[in-house]
Design a protein around this ligand. Structure first.
Ligand code: NAP
Length: 319
């Protein structure tokens, strides 16, 4: 792999994990050019201050590939549009941006010949996007179901195991760093819908979707206890399946028997079951968020895109 200079946008939870992973010797051909942040004075252990800047253009225009880890829709979208229009490949973990402007960004990429890596945008460290795009490319996917929001799963398992009510379990999730101060996107089901929409578009194409979303914000202890009395658990499950003329997306609480694979998925973990017509059910379980698991997924995209660049350069030199 030839030297590839990365322009890193953001150096927070995932960005710092990404910089730390890149320090391993085996990734020496990948180097970071500049790093965009908002606050140059913030403490960032292990980060070379000389790389930090608040000038996004300087980062984007002086690299081979852009990694976007700032989150949000407006600035992140503007930066990725600029990078893609200039033909630079981009990697992002930003599901909100993909839900808002994914089609536009992919259209720009098609025009300029750039590529977009987004493995980390759904289920953090679980390589579910690669499984759908590559591993199952020869199969026909019939359905996807998953626990794709770690905050909701943490709250539900704490209610189940600690006897906590919803508010106490949410506070615990916030104290442990598994939920934002404003957890509305998570507990309303909107975050899980964004993630399942990304998986559904990959698996089924851009078919019209019928959508039903119900969060966990109105759950009470009685629902948990009633499920327990039937030897069941409550899980917040997102699903997508192909229907005649479209796709159905659902996010809802489900009562599942204790023997169901999702019943053993606890706390902030995620799980996805993909059913292929030929292969049957494939189950993925693991860390759906966190600094290093998410950064590892970002890095796997960078490695793949850098390898493709190298192949393209070799091809160009041969012709
Ligand atoms: N955290 C996870 O476990 C996880 C899992 C999967 C996906 N993701 C996604 O990964 C992305 C990053 O998440 P994170 O948890 O790492 O976020 P974070 O900890 O809040 O870090 C965001 C970083 O971006 C910088 N930043 C934000 N807005 C900026 C702007 N307008 N201009 C310049 N710099 C800006 C911040 O700078 P300062 O440091 O100076 O404030 C910070 O360094 C998000 O899209 C998130 O949805 C996160």
């Amino acid at each position: 792999m030839r030297e590839v200079t990365i322009g890193l946008l953001g150096c927070g939870t995932v960005g710092q994990g990404f910089v730390n992973l890149l320090k391993q010797d085996r990734f020496r051909p990948l180097s970071i050019g500049r790093i965009l942040v908002r606050d140059l004075c913030k403490e960032r252990p292990g980060i070379d201050r000389a790389l930090l800047t608040t000038n996004a253009i300087e980062v984007i225009d002086n690299c081979d590939l852009v990694v976007e880890l700032i989150g949000g829709v407006h600035s992140a979208g503007a930066y990725l549009r600029r990078a893609l229009r200039s033909g630079r490949d981009v990697v992002t973990a930003n599901k909100a941006l993909l839900a808002d402007s994914g089609r536009e960004l992919f259209a720009i990429a098609r025009t300029s010949g750039a590529r977009v890596g987004f493995e980390a945008s759904v289920c953090g460290g679980i390589p579910v996007i690669r499984a759908i795009e590559h591993g199952l490319a020869g199969d026909s996917i019939e359905s996807i179901i998953g626990i794709v929001n770690g905050t909701c799963n943490y709250i539900l398992t704490r209610m189940e195991e600690n006897g906590a009510d919803f508010d106490a379990a949410l506070r615990l999730a916030q104290e442990r760093g598994f939920a934002e101060a404003d957890a509305t996107l998570d507990v309303s089901g909107a975050d899980a819908l964004q993630k399942m929409r990304i998986l559904a578009e990959l698996a089924f194409g851009a078919a019209h979707a019928r959508v039903r979303v119900h969060g966990i914000d109105d759950i009470d202890r009685e629902e948990i206890e009633q499920a327990r009395s039937r030897r069941c658990v409550i899980r917040h499950v997102a699903s997508a399946r192909r229907l005649p003329g479209g796709v159905e997306l659902r996010v809802e609480r489900r009562e599942l028997p204790e023997s169901h694979p999702f019943a053993a998925v606890r706390d902030e973990n995620n799980a996805v079951i993909i059913r292929g017509r030929a292969v049957g059910e494939l189950t993925f379980v693991g860390k759906g968020a966190g600094s290093l698991p998410t950064a590892a997924a970002v890095l796997s995209d960078v490695i793949e895109l850098a390898g493709r660049r190298r192949a393209a350069v070799l091809r160009a030199n041969l012709t």
